[in-house]
Design a protein around this ligand. Structure first.
Ligand code: ZN
Length: 340
């Protein structure tokens, strides 16, 4: 009895409006999760089923033509599938994929997908060839850039198949677990030290942690592609940092000592008397590390702020201030505007 076909979008956990990129990402994430080589026992059977279902969903939804048909005639598509399944079960001469199990070919396709490699390192049999490089993204906060950081990276490691102990066969038949390859993949976590002061777009190389080579070829390398997370307070410019520092009008006028944020501990800074709005304070060495071992600077742009409400006493003081003789701050602006 054929089980009812599940909705392909539901399988991928996506809405019908999902983009091609959404589909690709969801597929890759779930394929890592469901991959039968990562499970054992009854879980493995369940994962084989889910993995197959996932691949079917991806096959249809990643093909714009097939996706369109599926979107238009969802139920008829299911009937067609059921029909085809029936043909397969009765031994109808259908080419293509077997209804149970996977060929080794299927697996290498999937590993290509998971690792984003162009091809599994192969080459003519007998020639050693190096494994593909693997690339993965890491996003760092500015604080992590300041101090450097050790990141844990999850990756798949090729190991000797546990079932056949790497021989590829069991009791004279090809091993069911590794499909005769003698190799299984297991998730593993490695720690990678990322140096302080790293720039966005930097690739950190970890030698020998890419895909396995074939015929004795050495493993490819792992590259961590570094991006820097947006910070709510600090903007980065090379090794310098920029932030805004709010001050009261009287602090700008009279000068003051105030606390200012840095990437580390807050520091006391001096606002010079008569500071203008948008003027910058420079805190030497409070930026990010540079390649030469020094530090960039932190620039604080003064923002003169007004309280949204003022007390009666403050009002009197402002009135007193307003009565003082002042130049018109707009005089120059008005003259210039007429000259244009
Ligand atoms: Zn095996």
């Amino acid at each position: 009895m054929a089980s009812p076909q599940r909705d392909y979008y539901q399988i991928l956990g996506l809405s019908r409006e999902a983009s091609a990129d959404d589909i690709k990402k969801a597929y890759r994430r779930l394929a890592r999760q469901y991959h039968p080589d990562l499970h054992a026992g009854t879980k493995k059977v369940e994962m084989e089923r889910k993995f197959k279902e996932l691949n079917e969903a991806q096959e249809v939804l990643s093909d714009p033509e097939k996706r369109k048909k599926y979107d238009q005639h969802g139920s008829q598509w299911e009937q067609a599938e059921a029909f085809e399944q029936a043909r397969r079960q009765t031994g109808g001469g259908f080419g293509g994929r077997a209804s149970t199990g996977y060929s080794t070919g299927d697996f290498s396709d999937i590993f290509e997908n998971l690792f984003g490699g162009s091809a599994r390192a192969g080459g003519p049999r007998g020639f050693a060839s190096q494994g593909e490089d693997v690339e993965t993204d890491v996003a760092l906060s500015l604080r992590e850039v300041l101090s450097g950081v050790t990141k844990r990276v999850s990756l798949m490691e090729a190991v000797s198949c546990r079932s056949c102990r790497g021989s590829g066969s069991l009791r004279g038949r090809p091993c069911q677990v590794c499909h005769g390859s003698g190799t299984g993949m297991e998730p593993t976590t490695i720690e990678v030290r990322i140096p302080a002061g790293v720039l966005a777009g930097t690739r950190v190389r970890v030698g020998g942690k890419g895909q396995p080579g074939s015929n004795g070829g050495k493993r490819g390398d792992l590259y961590l592609h570094v991006s820097i997370k947006e910070d709510r307070i600090f903007r980065r410019q090379g090794s310098d940092l920029h932030a805004t520092l709010p001050v009261w009008p009287w602090e700008a006028a009279l000068g003051a000592e105030v606390m200012a944020p840095t990437l580390g501990e807050p520091v006391r800074v001096k606002i010079p008397a008569g500071s203008r709005a948008d003027s910058k304070l420079r805190l030497k060495g409070k930026g990010l590390p540079t390649a030469t071992g020094t530090h960039g600077d932190l620039f604080l742009t003064l923002q003169i702020v007004m309280s949204p409400s003022i007390s009666n006493e403050e009002r009197l003081l402002y009135e007193q201030l307003a009565r003082q003789p002042h130049q018109d701050p707009r005089a120059e602006l008005i003259i210039k505007a007429q000259q244009e």
